[in-house]
Ligand binder design. Structure first.
Ligand SMILES: [Fe+2]
Length: 269
C-alpha cells in the first residue's frame, strides 16, 4: 500500500492549544488531508493509515487527539440522540450482543473514521465491500428487480427528535461517478415495527439478494485493525462490517473509536 504521509507529522500539527481553525490552516496537515480525500474519492474508496499515536492507558488523550484529527478532515456529526460525536465501540459500552457479527452496511456521513485502540483476543476482522460491484452483480443476476434499489425506501429514526422515519433510495445516481449507496439493512427491516411503514415481500427479497451478494468473498476485502490503525471509508461507495470476536476473560477489551465526518461537496467528488 502506498504511503501518503505519517502521523508523527500530523501529531506535531495537533498541538493541544490549536483551535480547529488554526489546524485547518496548517499545511502539513492539509497535504495529508488532501491525500486522504483523494484515496477515498478516486481510489479504492478507503484508506488505512498506520501509526496514529495511541496510549491505551490514557484513553482521554487518545480520544481528544482523534477528535481533533477528525475535525481537521471535515465537519464531525453526532452519533446518537445525546449528540455525542465520538463513538466508543466496545462490549463495555454496547453490551454482550456487540460480540456478534455485524452485517454489511453504510453509515450516514460522507466518511467513517475508525481508530483501533485495543485489539480483540480473537476475530473482529473488518470487512469492506464495493457498492458498485454489488450493484453490477445484482443487475446481472436479478435483472427484473434491481431497479427497486433506486426507489425510495423507509428508514426509521429511532428515538431521535422529529419525524419517525425518512425516505431515500439505496442507490442514487451520482453525476460523475458510480451511484452513491446508502444501505442499513437492520434499520430497513425494523422500520415496519418502529415507524409503522410496511415493507413488501418483494422488497424483502431484494434486500436478501443484495446481502447475499455483498457477503460473497469475491466482493469483500477483510483486514485486521491493530492499535494505531485509522481506517477512513467513503460511506457512499464502500460498505463495512465486522466478524464476530472475543475478548480475553477479565482482560482489556477490544476498543475502536469512531467519528463520522462530512466534507464539502466540492471536495468530495
Ligand atoms: Fe457502521
Amino acid at each position: 500500500m502506498k504511503s501518503i504521509g505519517n502521523f508523527p507529522a500530523t501529531e506535531t500539527a495537533l498541538k493541544s492549544n490549536d483551535t480547529v481553525e488554526s489546524l485547518q490552516n496548517r499545511s502539513a496537515l492539509q497535504d495529508f488531508r488532501g491525500s486522504v480525500l483523494k484515496c477515498c474519492t478516486s481510489g479504492f474508496g478507503f484508506v488505512l493509515l498506520r501509526g496514529f499515536p495511541v496510549d491505551p492507558s490514557d484513553e482521554d488523550t487518545t480520544k481528544n487527539r482523534f477528535e481533533r484529527f477528525a475535525k481537521s478532515i471535515g465537519v464531525t456529526l453526532s452519533q446518537d440522540s445525546q449528540g455525542e460525536h465520538l463513538g466508543e465501540l466496545s462490549a463495555r459500552n454496547r453490551g454482550p450482543d456487540w460480540y456478534n457479527e455485524l452485517p454489511l452496511h453504510t453509515d450516514g456521513a460522507n466518511l467513517l473514521l475508525l481508530l483501533s485502540v485495543r485489539s480483540a483476543l480473537s476475530g473482529g476482522l473488518t470487512k469492506l465491500a464495493c457498492a458498485a460491484a454489488i450493484l453490477e452483480t445484482m443487475q446481472i443476476e436479478h435483472p427484473t428487480t434491481w431497479q427497486m434499489l433506486f426507489e425510495p425506501w423507509a428508514f426509521h429514526r429511532g428515538k431521535r427528535p422529529g419525524p419517525a422515519y425518512f425516505e431515500r433510495p439505496i442507490f442514487k445516481e451520482h453525476f460523475n461517478s458510480t451511484p452513491d449507496c446508502f444501505f442499513l439493512p437492520g434499520t430497513i427491516r425494523k422500520t415496519p415495527d418502529v415507524a409503522g411503514i410496511p415493507l413488501s415481500p418483494e422488497r424483502l427479497e431484494v434486500l436478501a439478494h443484495f446481502q447475499e451478494i455483498a457477503e460473497r468473498e469475491d466482493h469483500q476485502f477483510r483486514l485486521k485493525l491493530s492499535p494505531g490503525d485509522v481506517l477512513v471509508v467513503n460511506n457512499n461507495k464502500v460498505l463495512h462490517a465486522r466478524t464476530q470476536y472475543a475478548d480475553a476473560p477479565n482482560g482489556p477489551q477490544r476498543l475502536l473509536l469512531r467519528m463520522w465526518v462530512n466534507v464539502h461537496e466540492e471536495e468530495f467528488r
